[in-house]
Design a protein around this ligand. Structure first.
Ligand SMILES: *Cc1c(COP(=O)(O)O)cnc(C)c1O
Length: 488
């Protein structure tokens, strides 16, 4: 193997580490249910919710944590969450039906995203709060409520295009939400439809890791709430969406060293670190580095509930620099959050069986073919670079020391690479070993899943600890009664 291995070891908390180390169970599961296989850990989502709740308590804030369901289809995770006091944010008719069926009452559900008439109808019929995306959608909902004599609908006005006074921090352009500069006609429509619509608050969701952008949006929402009150409207909630993020990697130095070496590889000052010299957004033009690294910042010391904590402590420039949390508290506004990825941190892993380990004629790297498609383990699609954990079948194999490999998938397609990155493993894998990709529950299990080439989509099981050992059932068989005192 040329050069030093560049490991990117996953961050594993106790529960997921214990699961990843349960080799015998993981092999039994894939022997029975096939490869690839997703394993979700319902207890962890309840633990993550508690971390968000503790941030609310620290800032004395009321409001709801809505799990963004789109990040994982799992029934087990949803049902486990239904047994807590959390809410759920649904973005399709199917997700709404799933949430109602899992035991969420309508007061614990918000409906966001692009909607068809059926989705709007069921939301309004059951009195689920609707995050309204545009003035058109507001009009459509009002008409629907009138036509079908539905209960007065609770709505959150989703906004976008926030700006700060002074130092300009422009928030990201979004396809969703009404631009704040068109606020007046939006509020006029709300007033016109007051008999059928109840505007309970304002909302935003920004797909960014930038704290400044989110603080700008939250501050903008506070100003909009003031304007609503001046008009005699009484909205009392701010829904700040999701995007609290996950720290995927255990070690900052590994991440920094990797990105430094990747840059060097793109510039040609060291051997390539990717299949075909792919640069993850970086390229060399006559020896000068161009482009931008299009990767998830996989080592994030401030993510999840801690990110929310920092956002709430952020000073609001247009309110004398007071912390955002103080402003929410002063007006007794409810703070709603919609974490998807962050609530799913450490909530599962994806297993893939090693089918073949081949040496390549012209390279040092081994070609390791897995019984899984890139779409089954969509870490790469989300720009997350992280090593799998090798779960050997036979513990007696000789320790070969570190090897460099390329991980390919099971499709008859050149591009079906689990990752384009050269992956360094602590030892040479063998056919029959499993690779456990940690922390795939957020967007990486089923969001991209296909049935290409008649290959089955991965099955999903739920696992929980009972005394000292792990127990499991099919995802769809799991109910909160299952893990309390065992399946009965
Ligand atoms: C996707 C989405 C979320 C969740 O985003 P994460 O980055 O997974 O936290 C929350 N709210 C809305 C409206 C979304 O579309």
């Amino acid at each position: 193997m040329g050069g030093q291995p560049l490991f990117l070891q996953p961050r594993l908390e106790a529960r997921l580490r214990s699961l990843a180390e349960s080799g015998e169970l993981l092999h039994t599961l894939t022997d029975a249910l096939g490869s690839p296989l997703h394993v979700v850990v319902p207890e962890q989502i309840a633990a993550n919710l508690e971390r968000f709740r503790s941030v609310y308590r620290r800032h004395h804030l009321s409001g709801q944590v809505f799990f963004a369901h789109k990040a994982n289809r799992s029934s087990a995770l949803l049902r486990r969450l239904a047994a807590t006091d959390a809410g759920v944010d649904v973005a399709s008719l199917g997700e709404l039906q799933h949430a109602l069926g899992a035991g969420f009452t309508p007061d614990r559900i918000t409906a966001t995203g692009p909607k068809n008439r059926e989705f709007l109808w069921l939301a309004a019929r059951t009195s689920v709060t609707v995050g309204v995306d545009s003035r058109d959608e507001l009009e459509q909902l009002a008409a629907l409520v009138r036509k079908h004599a539905l209960p007065r609908a609770r709505v959150l006005l989703r906004l976008s295009g926030f700006e700060t006074a002074g130092v300009r921090v422009l928030s990201r352009r979004s396809r969703f939400g009404s631009p704040v500069r068109e606020l007046v006609p939006l509020l006029e429509a709300v007033e016109r439809h007051r008999d059928v619509l109840d505007a309970v608050g304002v909302a935003y969701h920004l797909d960014t890791t930038s704290l400044d952008e989110k603080a700008t949006a939250l501050e903008g929402c506070l100003r909009v709430l003031e304007e609503c009150r001046e008009r005699g409207l009484r909205p009392s909630a701010v829904d700040i969406g999701g995007g609290f993020g996950v720290g995927y990697l255990a070690d900052r130095e590994q991440w920094e060293r990797y990105t430094t070496e990747l840059t060097a590889a793109v510039l040609g000052t060291r051997p390539p670190l990717t299949w075909g010299g792919h640069g993850y957004g970086l390229r060399s033009e006559a020896g000068t580095l161009r482009g931008a690294l299009g990767l998830y910042p996989a080592h994030r010391p401030v993510a999840g509930a801690r990110y929310l904590d920092e956002l709430l402590a952020h000073p609001a420039a247009s309110f004398d620099g007071r912390p955002l949390a103080d402003l929410l508290l002063e007006h007794l506004y409810d703070l709603h959050t919609e974490p998807g990825r962050a609530l799913l941190d450490q909530c599962g892993l994806t297993l893939a069986r090693v089918l073949e380990v081949r040496t390549q004629e012209d390279r040092d790297e081994l070609l390791v073919r897995l019984e899984a498609k890139a779409d089954d383990i969509a870490l790469e699609a989300h720009g997350v670079l992280m090593d799998p954990v090798v779960v050997p079948r036979d513990l007696s194999h000789a320790d070969t020391g570190p090897v460099a490999v390329h991980l390919s998938g099971s499709l008859c397609l050149e591009s079906d690479l689990i990752t384009r990155r050269t992956v360094f493993l602590p030892r040479r894998p063998e056919p029959g070993d499993l690779m456990a990709f940690a922390n795939t529950a957020g967007y990486c299990m089923d969001f991209h899943a296909t049935r290409a080439q008649h290959q089955p989509a991965a099955r999903k099981v739920a696992a929980w600890q009972d005394g000292g050992s792990w127990r499991w059932c099919l995802d769809d068989q799991y109910w909160p009664t299952t893990s309390v005192g065992g399946a009965q």
